[in-house]
Ligand binder design. Structure first.
Ligand code: FES
Length: 119
């Protein structure tokens, strides 16, 4: 494992998430009741930055744009663009992009920094 500093640990409060760039990769790093998590920064559907309004709940992150949901533990996509306001529209949007899981990264707190392993 090769750990890279993502940010100072004091910059990430409980229940918060941030978008950071580590080695030219954009990530979302957060701290929930279940602990730290790190994923790729952009939703797999239409590339919305998940740190901007994504809802973290029950070990999952839900994209605010069309409501796609991913499990934080392994990135598995659980719901793809359901967009409940007008169901036929959500289905159409969902079909525009191939379904993909979210990439997740190992993360730890070490010597005052949040660190990620980008492998
Ligand atoms: S961009 Fe995230 S669900 Fe569409």
């Amino acid at each position: 494992m090769v750990w890279h500093n993502a940010m100072k640990a004091t910059k990430l409060k409980d229940g918060k998430k941030k978008m950071v760039t580590v080695k030219r990769r954009m990530l979302m790093v957060g701290r929930s009741a279940d602990g730290l998590f790190a994923t790729e920064a952009l939703c797999r559907h239409m590339r919305w930055p998940l740190a901007w309004g994504g809802k973290v709940e029950d070990g999952c992150v839900r994209c605010p744009l069309h409501q796609s949901t991913y499990r934080l533990e392994d990135g598995k996509m659980l719901e793809w663009s359901p967009f409940p306001l007008f169901p036929p529209y959500g289905k159409l949007l969902g079909a525009m992009v191939k379904k993909k899981d979210l990439k997740v990264f190992d993360v730890r707190e070490h010597e005052g920094y949040i660190q990620v392993d980008l492998v």
